[in-house]
Design a protein. Structure first.
Length: 335
């Protein structure tokens, strides 16, 4: 599970000097209202001024010492009970993998009932970051954040119900929370909801509904796994009856696999190679097959080596060289 910060003050700044210097704005490019704000912050206790100054220093300073001054302002605010500043510090420590400090600051900020904070606490208890793994407690935070409208929390809570982690396995509740997240535009939730419809888990089986969700995920964000699943639907005979197809459509499957492959999906990359190897939806083309098998290998397919060896035995040295050139070109193009 990946926790993504939604605060604005955690970007790392490029350091232009290795020499230690004190806080000094003379070498910076701040001017006008920005410079006036930073000067005012040096003697101010106004939370708004300090927060704005911190933002400027952390985001735009060229020197680490000035960035550090920004975090001093944030710490000053956090120590006085400013929950926004607490979240900034928590995110900073989390990004630096200082999980104990991150957890402490998220707990301090918890009083504000910010859905992002509650979700972040859920992540840390679920993954055992700065604390022992506690799925039950994690799900309590996920539920609170989900009720507050956090789409990431809805998505994670759906997986807890789907997998039975910290809660009794319940596909119906998993579907409910996948749907809530999907309604907020989460394309991964759309995909997983589609899988639920395709399998009939927690909801009445409906291939047309599944395809609608996969298509929406593709249209919204070119979702790689949705491309791959659409390729499977058109390729495998097991989907003919539930999807109302009279026959498989390898050509359409190859189009979806290729789109997914170009998004970096290793399963799709292998499937494109397999299609060219066996002439599924296209003429058999060993140069294309070898190139795509090797692309899949580059992307982490640990079992494709046998396919590579098999196809090479039918190829000339010239064709193998052409496949290598095509592979390199594809690797440059793939997202």
């Amino acid at each position: 599970m990946i926790k993504q910060s939604c605060t604005f003050l955690t970007a790392m700044t490029v350091l232009l000097s290795a020499n230690a210097i004190a806080y000094d704005l003379s070498e910076e490019f701040f001017e006008g209202d920005d410079l006036a704000l930073l000067k005012a912050a040096e003697t101010s206790n106004d939370p708004e001024i300090l927060m704005q100054a911190a933002n400027l220093l952390i985001e735009d300073s060229m020197y680490q010492e000035n960035v550090d001054r920004g975090y001093q302002y944030i710490t000053k605010l956090a120590d006085k009970g400013d929950t926004k500043a607490m979240v900034v510090l928590a995110d900073l420590h989390y990004g630096n993998e200082d999980y104990a400090k991150a957890l402490a600051w998220y707990h301090k900020a918890e009083q504000g009932n910010d859905p992002y904070v509650l979700y972040s606490l859920g992540v840390m208890y679920f993954d055992g970051e700065g604390t022992a793994v506690d799925y039950q407690k994690a799900n309590q935070y996920y539920l609170a954040a989900a009720k507050g409208g956090d789409a990431d929390a809805m998505y994670q809570l759906a997986f807890s119900y789907n997998d039975g982690k910290g809660v009794a396995q319940d596909y119906t509740k998993a579907v409910y929370w996948f749907e809530q997240a999907a309604n907020k535009g989460d394309v991964s939730a759309m995909y997983n909801l589609g899988v639920s419809y395709l399998k009939g888990e927690g909801v009445a089986q409906s291939c047309p509904k599944a395809m609608e969700l996969f298509t929406k995920a593709i249209e919204d964000d070119e979702h790689a796994r949705s491309y791959a699943k659409m390729g499977d639907i058109y390729s495998y005979t097991e989907y003919k009856k539930p999807c109302g197809f009279k026959t498989t459509d390898y050509k359409k499957a190859l189009e979806y696999y290729t789109a997914g492959a170009m998004q970096g999906n290793v399963y799709s990359q292998y499937s494109v190679g397999y299609s060219y190897r066996n002439g599924h939806g296209t003429w058999s083309d060993f140069v294309q097959a070898l190139a795509w098998f090797e692309v899949a290998q580059e992307y982490g397919d640990t079992e494709v080596a046998k396919d590579i060896s098999d196809v090479k035995q039918y190829m000339s040295k010239e064709d193998i060289a052409a496949a290598k050139e095509l592979r390199d070109s594809l690797l440059d193009e793939i997202w």
